[in-house]
Design a protein around this ligand. Structure first.
Ligand SMILES: Nc1nc2c(ncn2[C@@H]2O[C@H](COP(=O)(O)OP(=O)(O)OP(=O)(O)O)[C@@H](O)[C@H]2O)c(=O)[nH]1
Ligand SMILES: [Mg+2]
Length: 201
């Protein structure tokens, strides 16, 4: 009886788990975004002060539950020498969040190059992509149309995967909930899709 009840309990409260990569150049705001997300979605989470976050060497991980989905984030360091490690995580990921620093016009083309390299990876084909134009709290920042124009020649490479570009401030939390909720919807829908032709052996 106990086994039956505990099995039923586990079934009812079971969560599907999804791995989400957080990528982008160093200083884009990835770790700040992760901390803001954990604070917003985990009721009792007492995060570190956002102003104390320093550059990531390696990775940070974090988990949130949204409805019946559990998202496990991998926030990877964005410094040039660490970018070569990103693709080691692609095969395990169900979604990618790519963060752009909207205040750093000088590095926008560098960010686009890293983005382009990432989306051309075959392993990420069909994986939902959330592009966050971060630091929108800064008055002089680039707008979404500015960023879309700078990234416009990537459109063909994005292909048919789900993709949303969202204005965001990891510092104030603007756009964070909307972005996460969109990602949850996409990964849940994706997992129920029939496998892609090339996955069938
Ligand atoms: N104004 C403003 N500053 C931000 C925002 N998000 C992050 N920052 C600042 O940008 C700097 C870098 O933030 P991080 O979260 O460490 O950036 P990162 O992308 O994790 O960088 P790496 O770990 O080096 O790859 C910090 O000084 C943050 O306070 C934002 O939305 N607005
Ligand atoms: Mg970081």
């Amino acid at each position: 009886m106990y086994t039956l009840l505990s099995g039923l309990y586990k079934y009812m409260f079971r969560r599907d788990e999804y791995c989400i990569l957080i990528l982008g150049l160093d200083n884009a705001g990835k770790t700040t975004f992760l901390e803001q997300t954990k604070t917003r979605f985990n009721r009792n989470y007492k995060g570190m002060s956002l102003s104390k976050i320093t550059t990531t060497v390696g990775l940070n991980i974090g988990t949130i539950d949204v409805g019946k989905a559990r998202l496990m984030f991998w926030d990877l360091g964005g410094q040039e020498e660490l970018q070569s490690l990103w693709d080691k995580y692609y095969a395990e990921s169900h979604g990618v969040i790519y963060i752009i620093d909207s205040t750093d016009e000088e590095r926008l083309s560098e960010s686009k190059r890293a983005f382009e390299k990432m989306i051309t990876s075959e392993v990420l084909e069909g994986v939902p992509l959330l592009v966050l134009a971060n630091k929108q709290d800064v008055e002089s920042c680039l707008s979404i149309p500015d960023i879309k124009t700078a990234f416009s020649d990537c459109i063909n490479k994005i292909g048919k995967r789900d993709c949303l570009t969202q204005a965001c401030s990891a510092l104030t939390g603007k756009g964070v909930n909307e972005g996460i909720e969109w990602m949850v919807k996409c990964v849940v829908r994706n997992i129920h899709r029939p496998p892609r032709q090339k996955d069938i052996t």
